[in-house]
Design a protein around this ligand. Structure first.
Ligand code: AMP
Length: 163
């Protein structure tokens, strides 16, 4: 009886504990609420918390249609993102070796780093207030589909603030 009970408890704790968490941030004002959830989850699970910000290349965002050299603008965007990610990560206690600043499509890069770092849950923000149509096109939805681990979508924006 005791054996069965303790096996059951082991199974339960295995299922509940996360050991590596990846927090995805777009570096807007909504990040703080998402980060708060991720840090609580990390503390409760005694897990390593990683953070990722993805810089979308301008050529990707504008389809490569702009007839000018965008490299200096892209460099400035990179420098700004680097310092904002460093500041935000320090504030919530994430060390340098667990910070990921990468270029590409947010969904794909979040999946790639999640696999590389073998995380067991990705935490993203989700704008529930915009309804299903916009939600379907959201980053949170893109991350959910194709992730090889759990995904926690934390409600952000005006809707979340009113609850
Ligand atoms: P969105 O669907 O673009 O409103 O973003 C929802 C959530 O996706 C954000 O709260 C972040 O968790 C994540 N996200 C969006 N863009 C990025 C990005 N460039 N880098 C990392 N995470 C992002």
């Amino acid at each position: 009886m005791c054996g069965v009970w303790s096996r059951h408890r082991d199974l339960e704790s295995d299922m509940c504990a996360y050991s590596r968490i990846l927090l995805a941030v777009d570096l807007t004002e909504d990040c703080q609420g998402v980060a708060d959830r991720a840090t609580v989850l990390a503390t409760q699970s005694d897990a390593d918390l990683h953070i990722i910000h993805v810089i979308e290349p301008l050529s990707l965002a504008y389809g490569g249609d702009i007839p000018m050299d965008l490299s200096s603008v892209q460099d400035q965007i990179h420098e700004q993102a680097k310092s904002r990610l460093a500041e935000f990560s320090s504030k919530i206690g994430i060390p340098e070796q667990r910070r990921h600043l990468v270029f590409g499509r947010p969904e794909s890069e979040i999946h790639r780093i999640a696999d590389e770092e073998a995380v067991d849950v990705i935490v993203v923000g989700s704008h529930g207030r915009h309804g299903i149509a916009l939600l379907l096109g959201s980053t949170a939805n893109g991350v959910l589909h194709g992730a090889n681990c759990d995904v926690l979508a934390v409600r952000v924006g005006d809707d979340a603030r009113h609850h």
